[in-house]
Ligand binder design. Sequence first.
Ligand code: ZN
Length: 211
Amino acid sequence: MEIHVQELPPIGTNAITLIDTAQKSAWVIDAPQRAYSWVSDLASKHDCTIEGLILTHGHWDHIIDAHAFATAGIPIYGHADDRPLLDAPSRMASYAVPGLDLNPVTVTHWLEDGQSLEILGSPMEVRHVPGHCPGNILIYAPALEAAFVGDVIFAGSVGRYDLPGGDFSLLERSIQSQVYTLPETTTLYPGHGPTTSVAAEKAGNPFVRPN
Ligand SMILES: [Zn+2]
């Protein structure tokens, strides 16, 4: 399985594609602007089918292209605690770049903390990590030694907790109990910026220290 990361507009949000060229299948994590055309190009280049889109959370910059996946009949996964944002992304309009079309997102599969998924034949675990927003989830892929974390933690930083639904003490608890408990060698793929690792953030993240 290959992991492709692409930073996309309008504010530099990472879309991630997991692709297995032998199985001819691909999965997508998050849908910033132009994500669908990026993934479609990648998938058709490898003759792969897009099997699903997982939204790490409901913030506008991660879901703006989700309607294109829905139109293509691709199943969409997310956490119900962000349903108000997914049903009415215009709630976030005052935090978004002006002039964007913010379409509602119909999630076809609601994910819960502790749920197991099988993606491209590989077991993955859903962990609920609220604090940046109520419904942020991370997807832990043990076989890849990787976790796709949305905006809960970044290299040397953490997600904003001053937006509606944000809460620092909850964010801190999520990171300590759900991120820092992953194996130290786990690579973290955040929703913005470069990858990092559990070891690096436990050693040096200035915002949340291991407890
Ligand atoms: Zn966010």
